[in-house]
Write a protein that binds this ligand. Structure first.
Ligand SMILES: [Zn+2]
Ligand SMILES: [Zn+2]
Length: 158
């Protein structure tokens, strides 16, 4: 991802926090910047390691508090399966309702926002008298780059 894109995303994040009545402090901004620059989902400890190069006093709670803030402000998602973090790919959407495609080969994560998926889940849950809360779907498999060509062709014809 080009650097100018990240600068624009950080500026947008600042504006979003201001709208939420919160503040993207220097530390929170730095953590978000690291997550935006990462080619794949990053763990809290990887973030801590990187942060320590500029902030020697950084400890795990420093990172966890910043991550909580970024999640709360809908800037970052936690991928439960990987226990790692990715930037939100959609603008300020409902984070209780998101789908992630996780490549088990290269580790790439793509966020898709398909309301049909959550509607189907909600309907299936309702049929069981179940009231759904968060509907985060983490699908593992192979991304378009890693999938064997014949399989990719097959899927394209479906
Ligand atoms: Zn998102
Ligand atoms: Zn892949």
């Amino acid at each position: 991802m080009p650097g100018t894109d990240i600068a624009a995303q950080l500026t947008a994040a600042e504006a979003l926090c201001a709208r939420n009545g919160t503040q993207l402090t220097a530390l929170r901004r730095e953590v978000l910047d690291l997550i935006l620059r990462a080619p794949a989902p990053v763990t809290a400890y990887q973030l801590l390691d990187q942060l320590k190069s500029t902030r020697k006093s950084a400890v795990p709670p420093t990172i966890y508090r910043a991550l909580d803030f970024l999640i709360e402000n809908r800037l970052v998602h936690r991928i439960e399966r990987l226990n790692a973090f990715v930037p939100c790919a959609e603008a300020d959407h409902e984070h209780a309702d998101a789908q992630f495609l996780i490549c088990r080969q290269c580790g790439a994560v793509a966020e898709i926002e398909d309301h049909g998926v959550s509607a189907a889940l909600a309907a299936a849950a309702a049929a069981h008298g179940f009231t759904p809360g968060r509907a985060i779907v983490e699908l593992d498999g192979l991304c378009a780059t890693c999938a064997p060509p014949e399989k990719a062709t097959l899927q394209a014809h479906r």
